[in-house]
Design a protein around this ligand. Structure first.
Ligand SMILES: [Zn+2]
Length: 134
């Protein structure tokens, strides 16, 4: 039986469907499929500059799982850049949750399982959080 994967939480899907290399001649060199959770991992680690523990918490996965997603994402982006391949984003294995909270102290956005009452920020533990609509 295939193992059921845990859904990874992402704050928002990528704002693009893909990237195309500029200035190459002739036919496409092929495409690299970047999963939404891989995009999110790069965003959290390299754009929001969170450490892996923080990023893993936001995505609702363990740190090793986050590290695997992040590694896969970086390899795909590096391959696309080096081999001048197109990047397309595909849905992957994610959960887009309807109810999000914003930490007004550190600006982290997060969701929580409905079984958890506590709405403290998973990153900085602050209780200064508010519900936001995506
Ligand atoms: Zn916070």
């Amino acid at each position: 039986m295939p193992r059921r994967k845990t859904l990874r939480k992402i704050v928002a899907p990528p704002k693009f469907q893909g990237y195309k290399p500029f200035g190459i001649n002739g036919d496409s060199n092929g495409v690299v499929e970047l999963l939404y959770e891989e995009y999110e991992a790069i965003k959290l680690a390299d754009y929001d500059l969170l450490n892996h523990d923080e990023a893993a918490k936001l995505m609702g996965v363990s740190r090793p799982t986050f590290a695997r997603i992040y590694e896969s994402a970086r390899r795909k982006v590096a391959k696309a850049l080096t081999e001048a391949k197109e990047i397309i984003t595909v849905y992957g294995n994610v959960e887009l949750d309807g109810i999000w909270f914003l930490c007004t102290k550190c600006n982290a956005k997060f969701t929580k399982p409905s079984s958890v009452e506590n709405t403290n920020c998973p990153v900085c533990k602050s209780s200064l959080t508010e519900m936001i609509n995506q």
